[in-house]
Design a protein around this ligand. Structure first.
Ligand code: FES
Length: 236
């Protein structure tokens, strides 16, 4: 699916921005971590909103917390996507660690569901745990822990997924308890880097550029999901 019409059916407040249910007039497949660009159909010259699904719904999707506060149910939307590279969850992974330092696990929810479906044990490490844990409904099988316990996950996890803003990316190594330099990562990991992606690569605006161990990359085209070892200072 490239571009299609859609409608905002329902909206609700969430700590990091509004979530909502969008009806989409075309069937589509989207990998956890991929995104869509959404605009009001009445204002196609406006900057698009980056929307990550939190889950699929009948005829559409439930969005992660990202919708503008002035959008209301019934709005006609124009939607483009799925875009970018999502998570690649190894089929053999049985112990998954997931982390949302901002306390909002909604972008990781499709990956959590995929992990549970393949029989993996899932632990979720949340920032702002006391404020946020009760806000987002999570499957009963998910063990929720404070973000401070994340370094312990590197010992037992066989796959680690993190959702972090580009602004906070420099703190990733510290969040994982890694000292950098010649330290090796004990498990596979991938990171969803949240940032504005106004052109989604069409105009090469560079707004979403980030520095990786392989050089500068664009989150909109090369990500927004990157291998963990590309983003932190560890031994290759
Ligand atoms: S959003 Fe313009 S290059 Fe990525």
């Amino acid at each position: 699916m490239d571009a299609c019409n859609a409608q905002l059916i329902e909206i609700w407040q969430a700590p990091e921005g509004n979530g909502g249910r969008i009806r989409v007039d075309h069937p589509f497949d989207i990998v956890p971590g991929q995104y869509m660009l959404v605009r009001r159909a009445s204002d196609l010259s406006s900057l698009p909103v980056v929307v990550f699904p939190s889950s699929k719904a009948d005829n559409g999707l439930i969005t992660a917390s990202s919708l503008p506060v002035d959008w209301t149910p019934g709005e006609q939307l124009s939607l483009r996507g799925p875009l970018g590279h999502g998570f690649r969850l190894p089929a053999s992974a049985r112990f998954l660690g997931m982390a949302a330092p901002n306390g909002d696990p909604s972008r990781l929810m499709p990956l959590i569901d995929a992990g549970i479906r393949q029989g993996a044990a899932v632990s979720l490490f949340l920032g702002k745990l006391n404020e946020r844990a009760s806000f987002f409904p999570l499957p009963a099988a998910v063990e929720v822990q404070p973000l401070s316990a994340l370094p312990e996950a590197l010992v037992w996890a066989d796959f680690l997924a993190v959702d972090i803003s580009l602004r906070s990316l420099s703190s990733l190594g510290e969040l994982l308890g890694l000292k950098g330099g010649d330290q090796k990562l004990p498990c596979l990991g991938q990171v969803l880097v949240r940032t504005d992606m106004p052109c989604a690569g069409i105009a090469d605006c560079g707004v979403c550029a980030l520095k990786t161990r392989s050089g500068w990359r664009l989150a909109c085209k090369d990500g927004p999901v990157f291998d963990l070892e590309e983003l932190i200072d560890v031994a290759g």
